[in-house]
Each structure stands twice: as C-alpha cells, then as structure tokens.
Design a binder for this molecule. Structure first.
Ligand code: HSE
Length: 341
C-alpha cells in the first residue's frame, strides 16, 4: 500500500518485492507478541497475539556491520552480537551477502522499541529478533524469503532464550503455527476459529526463559509422552474443525506446566478462576510468568479476565490482564525511500 501523504510504503512481508537496486533509506518492522507452547505444544505450537509488539527501525550507517543505536531497554545490551535483534540482523546481513544482495562497506544501524515486557513469556525476545531480521531484510531489498528469515530470527532467539521457533514463527507469519521440524525448518500454519479469544495475565514478576527451561524434565515417562502427543494432535484437529470444546479439552500440558507452575505464585489459582469463569482452557504462556486462557467470544473473555485478575490479587500478586485475539497479520514492514526522506 502506498501512502503518498506520509511518504512511506507499507507492506506485509508476503508482498515485499526483491530489488537489489533500490532507494530505501529506512525501514521499520513491527512484530507482534506471541504465546509459545500453546498448552501441550512444548516448543512446537505458538500463536501470535494482537496488541503489544516490538518495533525495529533499520537505517544505513557509516560503521560496517550492525550497530545498535537504541537497545530498547536499559537492561538490554548495546553490543549487536548480544542483542536478539542485532544477532538476527547480522544473520540476515550474512545471508544477503552470500546471495550477493548487500553492497560492500555499508553498515546498518538499529533502533529497537520494546512494546513487550522483558522476561514475561509474551514472546518479546522472538519479536525483537523477527523485527530486526525483517527490518534489515527490507532495507537490503528483501533478498530473503520466509524460511530464511525464520532461520535468521532463530539465531537471535537461540542466543537469548534457546533454540525454539514456537514464538518466532507466529510472530513473523501471524496466526497459530505448528513447528514440525527445526532442521530443516518446516512450519505449518493452522486455521484460527473466528470466535477464539485470548486472555493474557501478566503477574508482576520476571522469569528468564533460560531459568524456566532449566526446570523442564530431560526425559518424560512414556505415558506422559503419549498423552502429550494425543493432545497436540487433538489441538490441530480442533483448530481445523472449529471445535472449541475439543480445543479446551486438549489444552492439557503434563510436561512444562507441572514443572514450571512451582515458579509462578498465583498461577494455579488464576487458572482455576479462569476455568470457573468459563474459559475453554488455560496454561502458561511460553516459559511464563504470563498465564493465558482461551475463550469462546468477547463476553466470556471479559469475565475470565476479571476472574484471573481477582485470583492473582487474592494471592497478593499484582497482575496486568488484557483480552486479545490471535494476530493473523504477523510482521508488518514500512519502507521509507530516498525521495520520501
Ligand atoms: N518454547 C519455549 C519454552 C517458549 O517453553 O521455553 C519460550 O517463550
């Protein structure tokens, strides 16, 4: 879409055209937050969430390589090799160079704007990585396709939070995504039932993904594995058939949730309150501490949000609660060309 009044061009990832000879001087990419491990889908099922997300602005810079001009938060590193957006951007630059799409000697500066809270379980590290990768790719004339962007973003996520795509893939592509394989990357977009609503409850707590991953069991009994497989299969079937009751029954995680709930004061009470108020199901968003509930329709979602807020408060935990939908747009990129600058 061309917006002549504001002098910029906005496009979804899917419609960016590859052009090495271009006049783009600045790009901006917004990547939505996401729920990782949707219920039983540890590391394999993720959903993009409407509302908050991270934005990365990329522009040409005198210093070769990638320079972080704004890190996004005082706690985040300004060294590009230690910032998720910087690592993903460097990976894009490397891939583009190998394709012959990067002009020698030009560097890129990044400004990161964090809309997502840090260490919250809302896909913040993934969103920064995806936005960094998408913004740099667009600045270079979009030489990379979606699988290559997933791979580059995964480098950023891996450095910060471990090698998993369940936040990266929905943040880039939108919707609900099943990660079938990391090597090679193979992801499957799943349908989104139209009345499906989300409630996200973010307790006033930070939990680093690395710490939350350290409590995951290295092995699980066969019965647990079989149960978990059945639930993931049922979730996929429920999304295809719009069977929200089945979706709720299948939201039954017996691997991550039991291990992590001990780290999350108020979670069990909030989950029970969500189910009492009519949620289809509830679990931990990503590695936590945010909890999420799935609901059928706006009215139930509002009731569930109030119930989860009350439950956290009853445990002396302050929590920010919001309702949302599955974001089906994924990452959005805006390009500014030299004649517009
Ligand atoms: N799948 C990841 C985990 C999500 O559970 O650690 C982190 O947001």
């Amino acid at each position: 879409m061309r917006d002549s009044e504001h002098g910029f061009e906005r496009s979804s990832l899917h419609s960016i055209e590859h052009s090495i000879e271009h006049s783009i001087v600045r790009t901006s990419a917004f990547a939505p937050g996401s729920i990782g491990n949707v219920g039983p889908g540890l590391d394999v099922l993720g959903a993009a969430v409407t509302g908050a997300g991270d934005t990365v602005v990329a522009e040409w810079h005198d210093r070769p390589g990638v320079t972080i001009l704004e890190a996004g938060a005082p706690d985040l590193p300004t060294d590009a090799t230690r910032h998720t957006a910087g690592v993903a951007a460097l990976a894009v630059l490397r891939a583009a160079t190998s394709l012959g799409g990067q002009r020698a000697g030009r560097g890129i500066g990044l400004r990161v704007h964090k809309g997502l809270p840090l260490s919250a379980g809302q896909g913040g590290s993934a969103a920064s990585a995806v936005a960094g990768a998408a913004a740099v790719n667009a600045l270079l004339g979009s030489p990379l396709d979606i699988p290559a962007l997933l791979l580059a973003s995964l480098e950023g996520e891996e450095m910060a939070a471990g090698r998993h795509l369940d936040n990266i893939a929905p943040s880039l592509m939108g919707g609900v995504v099943l990660v079938r394989s990391l090597d090679p990357i193979d992801v499957v977009s799943l349908p989104v039932p139209p009345t499906l609503r989300l409630v996200l409850a973010h307790p006033d707590q930070r939990l680093r993904t690395a710490d939350a991953r350290s409590v995951l069991p290295a092995e699980v009994p066969r019965g647990t594995a079989v149960h978990q497989l059945a639930q993931v299969g049922a979730m996929v079937a429920a999304l295809y058939s719009c069977d929200l009751a089945l979706l709720g029954r299948a939201l039954d995680d017996r691997i991550a949730e039991p291990a992590r709930s001990a780290l999350l004061p108020g979670f069990c009470e909030a989950k029970a309150a969500a189910l009492d108020a009519g949620a289809l199901g509830a679990s931990i968003s990503g590695s936590g501490p945010t909890a999420f509930a799935l609901c059928d329709g706006d009215a139930v979602a509002l009731r569930v949000a109030e119930a989860m807020a009350r439950a956290y408060a009853s445990q002396g935990v302050r929590a920010l609660v919001r309702t949302a939908r599955i974001d089906t747009d994924g990452t959005q990129v805006t390009c500014t060309r030299s004649e517009d600058a």
